[in-house]
Design a protein around this ligand. Structure first.
Ligand code: 5GP
Length: 204
């Protein structure tokens, strides 16, 4: 099995649910806990969701070459701590880097062996319904999030696999990803083969 999973997904893709399913099915998968300068949201714990640090601490770690990759996203810094990542591999775990596309590209350039998966809602209509369904935001905010999600989806071309997460099908998406990690391919229709057709469904 491949040793590293680079896992990105647009807003509304259901990344968290699919990841939970993957970890329940195979406990060797471990979420790499990132360092960030953003403030914790209610319910988030230091060391569980993120290591919450000051900008100074982050920059110090960066100066010591402590990150496998890092980026600035919406005004906050995020980075994957190098030591934790290599310790996981050494201890037989499979690190899952749940990171955005800029960081994912850095990792893909640095590592010789990895599996990269981009998780997406199956089509534009579902994306819109998911964002509207959970949103308490104003119409303008929803539109801006939809635009951002579409941009992310168009960057999915850089990933080895695009996996679609249809409504109620998180387990199917998780199975497809596990199959990809084990065999390098998947017969599941959760995996997009015809990318042009997939991307066309997000073109307005
Ligand atoms: P949030 O602030 O909503 O938790 O995360 C914002 C974005 O940053 C998400 O797309 C998330 O996947 C990404 N992210 C989280 N940790 C890292 C990291 O260490 N590096 C990079 N490049 N992106 C990250």
């Amino acid at each position: 099995m491949n040793e590293v999973l680079v896992f990105s997904g647009s807003a509304g893709s259901g990344k968290g649910t699919v990841l939970k399913c993957i970890r329940e099915k195979d406990p060797r998968f471990r979420l790499s806990v990132s360092m960030t300068t953003r403030s914790p949201r209610p319910g988030e714990q230091n060391g569980r969701e993120y290591y919450f640090v000051s900008r100074e601490e982050f920059l110090e770690t960066l100066a010591q070459d402590g990150f496998l990759e890092h980026t600035e996203y919406c005004g906050n810094l995020y980075g994957t701590p190098k030591k934790q990542f290599f310790d996981m591999i050494e201890n037989g775990f499979i690190p899952v880097l749940e990171i955005e596309t800029d960081g994912a590209e850095q990792v893909m350039q640095k590592l010789s062996s990895y599996t990269s998966v981009f998780l997406s809602p199956p089509d534009y209509k579902t994306l819109e319904a998911r964002l509207r369904g959970r949103a308490t935001e104003k119409e303008e905010e929803i539109r801006s999030r939809l635009r951002a999600a579409r941009e992310e989806i168009f960057r999915s071309e850089r990933y080895q696999y695009v996996v679609l997460n249809a409504d109620g099908a998180a387990e199917k998406a998780a199975d497809a990803i596990l199959e990809i990690m084990k065999t390098g391919k998947s017969e599941s229709d959760a995996v997009v083969c015809d990318r042009a057709k997939f991307l066309a469904s997000f073109s307005l």
